[in-house]
Design a binder for this molecule. Structure first.
Ligand SMILES: Nc1ncnc2c1ncn2[C@@H]1O[C@H](COP(=O)(O)OP(=O)(O)OP(=O)(O)O)[C@@H](O)[C@H]1O
Length: 165
């Protein structure tokens, strides 16, 4: 499936980071933060899941993903965090999903994130803020191409007319 088939005005890439190094740790994290619960937040809103995978990210891949932040003092720690365990990468589609998705995720600093947002509910430290979301349609295009080079899944939801005007 070619990315050009997607209306990327509505594309959004997000992932959930594990907190510890091993799989057991990830399961603990998943239990603590309920990865499924996080997915449900996007589903309940009415967004459509277009791709999902669990991956152990290579350091070079993490550096590529965060290349725009390479001059930041926290860059090394950020890369360390993302490679420290498996990552759940997802593509969500829907009207305004980039903007709304970032509201669902909450402010970068969990202390400033409202309760009810993912970071407000599941995180404390900025360097462990659990989840990432593309900050613009342009970066969503870039990130989807990086994370899902084979494309995403095109499917039709029977709920579409009940959610969208
Ligand atoms: N001062 C900081 N100290 C440690 N880590 C930070 C700091 N600022 C940002 N980060 C980490 O770098 C990530 C990317 O920072 P950015 O400024 O792009 O924030 P963001 O757009 O809210 O986050 P994201 O792109 O991950 O959704 C943040 O999500 C956070 O994990």
């Amino acid at each position: 499936m070619k990315l050009s088939n997607i209306n990327c005005r509505f594309c959004f890439l997000t992932w959930i980071l594990s907190k510890t190094l091993d799989w057991e740790g990830f399961q603990h994290f998943a239990k603590k933060t309920e990865v499924g619960e996080i997915i449900v937040r996007f589903e309940k809103k009415g967004f459509k899941l277009k791709a999902l995978k669990l991956v152990q990210v290579e350091r070079s891949f993490a550096e590529k993903h965060y290349e725009d932040l390479s001059s930041k003092p926290f860059f090394a720690g950020l890369v360390e965090y993302i490679v420290s365990g498996p990552v759940v990468a997802m593509v969500w589609e829907g009207k305004g999903v980039v903007l709304t998705g970032r509201k669902i995720i909450g402010a970068t600093k969990p202390a400033e994130a409202n309760p009810g947002t993912i970071r407000g509910d599941y995180a404390i430290d900025v360097g462990r803020n659990v989840i990432h979301g593309s900050d613009s349609v342009e970066s969503a295009h870039k990130e989807i191409a990086l994370w899902f080079p084979d494309g995403v899944v095109e499917w039709h939801s029977s709920l579409h007319p009940w959610i969208n005007e």
